[in-house]
Design a protein around this ligand. Sequence first.
Ligand code: NDP
Length: 227
Amino acid sequence: MTRVLITATNRGIGLELARDALSRGWTVYGSARTPENAAKTQELLDNNRYRPLVFDVTDHKAVEAAAAGIEAPIDILINNAGIIGPDRQKTLDMDFGGFAQTLEINTLAPLAVSQIFLPHLKKSPRGRIVTMSSQMSWMGYQKSDRIAYRASKAAVNKVMQGLATDLKNEGIVAIPVDPGWVRTDMGGAEADNHPQDVARGILALADRLTLEDSGKFFNWAGEERAY
Ligand code: NDP
């Protein structure tokens, strides 16, 4: 039976990833930042294969404590938690504190969480790390709005590509995935994609990933796309 750990399952894409994974019969470890949100999510999902965890992805000690409480292998880690960044994030008008926080949550935390759960992924015959990136990371765009967010996602792509290289000998796959524009608090009501469809696509991709795919950039429909 597949065991998946998903960060930030209390709302948005993460909640739908958890719902879809449970419907596949998988065991889901899902995190929220507060005990209240963890309890609410557990109540909402109402499934004994759902295991709530409480941590902020930037709090390495809290992530380590959660990891210490899990004996079982983790087959798939989905680094889903993320923020859009500060109100002021133009190159010529930058909230630098907000930029640093965006990098901490969107770029550094996926690497830290991957490192902390590496022993669990190594216990799986087919460990896989899937990290939420964005089409806004694409270097082909000349766009300069939301530059902190764009930079954080471009950087996490590079981090995942490096992790893929470094984990190949361990047989562990690492990829960034672009979920498209999704109807959540972050994406807004006008977005193209339903989080349910995106979650289904990402889990189908995660399910079939092989070492050949490691280090490539995929979209939510499971197609390889340009970095
Ligand atoms: P939402 O804003 O709907 O949800 C964000 C989730 O991340 C919340 O559960 C939030 O928790 C959690 N989170 C934020 N900061 C932290 C933190 N420091 N530690 C732990 N959890 C945290 O976003 P989406 O569901 O839309 O996005 C999910 C992922 O997909 C993100 O990485 C995002 O960048 C990416 N993405 C989304 C797109 C979209 O169009 N929606 C497009 C491209 C990428 P809390 O409730 O406590 O705030």
